[in-house]
Design a protein around this ligand. Structure first.
Ligand code: HEM
Length: 153
């Protein structure tokens, strides 16, 4: 499980990189009214693939690292403890919402009729997903739930 945790920690940086890149592309696309290029689509796709892999690693951790067992032990106990509540409920739920937004956003971009609409949809959905991801990461400065910037290197 240590390797999965190391990878889950590390992949966060790739997701943030591609997420920020997608949002910047959307923003500059909207502001400069430029055409929507295959490169714009590719960066957005990499953001989505990163989130897909992270969901998989997250689910492995959730079910194999004791978090699901805590839930089975009773929701009341989990909710009373802010550390357990964060990882079993808040982190997982918020990240799944972000993952859904990234997927809806990608199909909305594909279905949009004009380049301007594509940039707008990409900015909206990736921007919202990125904000949720940033809020749900157990950053080292979040004292009660703090986790390290990097692991195992
Ligand atoms: C963009 C999506 C996600 C990001 C950026 C992210 C990021 C992180 C980070 C940075 C940690 C701390 C790792 C460490 O201790 O070094 C963590 C822990 C954890 N994440 Fe995620 N996560 C995401 C999605 C998910 C999802 C979808 C789930 C579950 C469905 C999940 C479940 C967990 C669990 C259970 C832990 C605690 C692992 C343990 O200590 O056993 N994560 N996540």
């Amino acid at each position: 499980m240590q390797l999965v945790l190391d990878l889950h920690n590390l992949l966060r940086w790739a997701i943030l990189l591609f997420g920020v890149w997608t949002v910047i592309n959307g923003l500059t696309g909207v502001l400069s009214k430029r055409i929507f290029t295959p490169k714009d689509s590719r960066i957005n796709l990499l953001f989505m693939i990163g989130c897909d892999l992270q969901l998989l690693l997250g689910l492995i951790l959730y079910f194999s690292n004791g978090w699901w067992d805590k839930m089975k032990g009773g929701m009341g106990e989990v909710m009373k403890n802010s550390y357990d509540r964060f990882f079993t409920v808040e982190h997982s739920l918020m990240m799944i919402i972000a993952w859904v937004l990234v997927h809806i956003g990608r199909s909305a971009v594909n279905r949009a009729g004009t380049d301007a609409a594509k940039h707008k949809k990409m900015l909206l959905f990736a921007g919202l997903a990125l904000l949720i991801i940033l809020a749900a990461i157990p950053w080292p400065f979040r004292t009660e739930i703090a986790r390290p910037w990097f692991r195992g290197f």
